[in-house]
Design a protein around this ligand. Structure first.
Ligand code: OGA
Ligand code: MN
Length: 378
């Protein structure tokens, strides 16, 4: 058997929980997996060359797919901080590493600000959450020196919503809760979607996930968007994670794959409504180092109309310190078809799936948040 065999063998040693589906079983397996052991042998690694990967009968096949080379000019790719489409790898589109810092900085410093919505809003006033970055940056810079200090607000940030703000209770987007979607992220998304054959993609809603090493994202399907013919884009930065891609039903065992910093996942067509989850964020090999592609010096030759902009060393130090033990994931969605409006009464199938973990999105593996599994206001 191929690499899958190792994982499947180990899974079998897990005590089965009554009524447990195949997805939940693998979720539990990877949640407790040990980096550097055979536990991770079955996880597809898009960063490893095709030839080097296991291809036994049990190993899922990774197929290269074609990109639309002509729909994104090299110039527009560069403006979005991406390499020419001809250099992308179609099974796991790799962003231009030199510009990952821009999106990390936006997630931590800019997108976390009002009028965007975040998990802290429920317990804090507008004034208290006004500038998470300013309040946290000194803490983060001296992270090493004082490990036992209380967590800064940025470290308590779990999610931010953009555009049509996803309502975690009703599982809906609505016309009356909208703020402008960041134009740089919209531009990046349009280029990536176009390269994948989705011209005219509109970035209308975003969910940004901020993971600590003990965070997980429960098994779910993203079905709240009203137009499922449009892709869902997902950009990952910082520490690597194990991503589980399942089937339409929960009882189909998922395929595990690594999501590394700079990876872009496009869920479209059949895979748009598949079950998926993140059971594990992996600590770096040295404990608190950054992936190599994030340490690169800033490239200086940005086009004049670039949407990515230089990041100061001072800002980068804060981002780097944060990312040593964290993962940031941006998901971008088109909610409505062109010309479509929100229905007055949303239908059942438009609601986002709720998982057995409860209705909260990101989950931390500590007692404080175990309680939060039962309630969405963490
Ligand atoms: C999501 C999601 C996956 C990830 O936000 O809906 O599935 O890789 N994120 O964090
Ligand atoms: Mn999702």
């Amino acid at each position: 058997m191929g690499k899958m065999a190792a994982a499947v063998g180990s899974v079998a040693t897990l005590a089965a929980e009554p009524g447990e589906d195949a997805f939940r079983k693998l979720f539990r397996f990877y949640r407790q997996s040990r980096p550097g052991t055979a536990d991770l042998g079955g996880v597809i690694d898009f960063s490893v060359s095709h030839a080097a990967r296991g291809t036994g009968p049990g190993a899922p096949k990774v197929v290269k797919s074609q990109l639309n080379l002509s729909s994104v000019s090299d110039h527009d790719a560069l403006r979005a901080g991406l390499q020419p489409v001809s250099k992308w790898q179609a099974y796991g589109l790799q962003g231009y590493p030199g510009y990952q810092w821009h999106w990390v900085k936006q997630c931590l410093k800019l997108y976390s600000q009002k009028p965007n919505v975040c998990n802290l809003d429920k317990h804090m006033t507008k004034e208290e959450t006004q500038d998470l970055w300013e309040q946290s940056k000194e803490f983060l810079r001296c992270k090493e020196v004082n490990k036992r200090r209380p967590r800064s607000l940025l470290e308590k940030l779990r999610w931010v919503t953009l555009g049509y703000h996803y309502n975690w209770d009703s599982k809906r987007y609505s016309a009356d809760h909208y703020t402008p979607f960041p134009s740089d992220l919209a531009f990046l998304s349009e280029q990536v979607a176009a390269a994948c054959g989705f011209q005219g993609f509109r970035a209308e809603a975003g969910i940004l996930n901020y993971y600590r090493l003990d965070s997980t994202l429960g098994i779910h399907v993203d079905r709240s968007e009203l137009d499922h013919s449009r892709p869902l884009l997902s950009f990952s930065f910082g520490q690597s994670a194990i991503f589980l891609l399942g089937g339409l039903k929960r009882d189909e065992a998922p395929t595990p794959m690594f999501m590394h910093s700079g990876d872009i996942m496009v869920m479209s067509g059949f895979s748009r409504l598949l079950n998926h989850a993140v059971p594990r964020v992996l600590p770096s090999a040295e404990g608190d180092s950054l992936p190599g592609c994030l340490g690169a010096p800033l490239p200086a030759d940005l086009p004049r109309d670039s949407v990515v902009e230089p990041c100061s060393l001072e800002d980068w130090q804060v981002c780097a310190s944060y990312l040593k033990t964290a993962r940031v994931n941006m998901t971008v969605r088109q909610v409505l078809a062109v010309g479509q409006d929100f229905p007055l009464e949303p239908t059942e199938e438009n609601k986002r799936d709720i998982t057995a973990e409860g209705s909260c999105h990101l989950d931390d593996d500590n007692s404080q948040v175990k309680r939060a599994r039962l309630s969405p206001d963490y």
